[in-house]
Design a protein around this ligand. Structure first.
Ligand code: MN
Length: 320
């Protein structure tokens, strides 16, 4: 596509246009890293509502090599959403949670002022396929206590499509998962040759990530693995699957209206916030042994925690 098209996203007259955001390949941390496709953040767009990070991976055959193997690492100021299409991921965190993330089941970790977790694909997993998304916490919630929750949405029908609403509300289905700004997140499965009209909140901006199949959003073809963006103002999204059935993730929300600083696994509001979070992680956990600090300890993970990378030599600046 024409890269100029991406640069124009912030212009308000593009309300009715679908903007296609391309993925880039990024290795996950660790020496036996798995590669993911990142569509958010990118130069053209930092946020969709409070959604601030979209990593999409697989389907990967993980029988011959390691799948996901992410040692304990910290988060601040955000929620992590784990959503799988295939395989299993073993989650452990420093508030004592131990959960198996399975397809169709939301695992939501709210970092608040600080949490640590590890993510390892299950021993019996042969194919790993899913997404990890982050939600930026608003300033009013970013210093709260960390917690973890699960929610299994019952599938609903929207026309001939099937929806699993894991965050917020859509077409009468409401997730119990706790969020702090107006948000929606759902898996939509659209059969081949079918058009569905999804009613949406016009106060929200939306993103449609195509996991598989031929998908057209409001008359714009969206290539597989790409993220289509629509600005606030739409009361409905029209999704059409072509010759093959389409599976998509729909994300959306009220524009956050706050500028955030995002670096490594931290979200803050200033360069100084990030320096402090990094220092706390390095002194409490990497240098050793303070279970009572900001991040706590991930129990049951056999191996060392991930040290933070060096900070860049320039000041981190807010975006969004
Ligand atoms: Mn993480």
């Amino acid at each position: 596509m024409d890269p100029q098209e991406v640069v124009e996203t912030s212009e308000p007259h593009l309300v009715d246009r679908v903007v296609i955001l391309e993925p880039r390949e990024v290795p996950l941390g660790g020496p036996r890293a798995m590669t993911v496709r990142r569509t958010l953040p990118q130069r053209a767009r930092s946020l969709i509502g409070a959604w601030c990070f979209v990593d999409h991976y697989g389907p990967n055959d993980v029988t011959a090599r390691n799948g996901m193997l992410v040692p304990p690492h910290p988060h601040t100021g955000l929620q992590t959403v784990s959503w799988l299409f295939a395989g299993e991921v073993d989650h452990r965190d420093s508030v004592g949670s131990h959960a198996l993330v399975r397809p169709g089941e939301l695992n939501l970790m709210t970092a608040g002022s600080g949490i640590a977790h590890s993510e390892v694909s299950g021993e019996t997993t042969t194919v790993l396929h899913g997404a990890q998304l982050w939600i930026a916490l608003p300033d009013s919630a970013r210093n709260g206590h960390p917690f973890f929750e699960r929610y299994v949405p019952g599938p609903i029908s929207i026309g001939a499509a099937t929806a699993r609403v894991f965050i917020g509300s859509l077409a009468g289905s409401t997730s119990t998962a706790r969020v702090f700004t107006g948000l929606v997140g759902a898996q939509l499965d659209v059969p081949a040759g079918v058009t569905v009209v999804i009613p949406v909140d016009p106060a929200f901006e939306h993103g449609v990530l195509v996991d598989a199949g031929d998908l057209t959003l409001d008359d714009t073809a969206v290539p597989v693995t790409h993220l289509a963006y629509r600005a606030p103002g739409a009361t409905q999204l029209v999704l059409t699957a072509g010759e093959s059935a389409a599976t998509v993730l729909l994300i959306g929300g009220v524009p956050l209206g706050e500028r955030i600083v995002m670096w490594w696994n931290f979200i803050g509001r200033s360069h100084e916030d990030i320096v402090r979070f990094r220092e706390d992680w390095q002194t409490e956990v990497i240098a050793g042994g303070n279970d009572e600090g900001r991040f706590g300890r991930v129990r049951g993970y056999d191996g060392p925690s991930l040290p933070a990378p060096e900070l860049p030599n320039v000041r981190l600046t807010p975006r969004g």
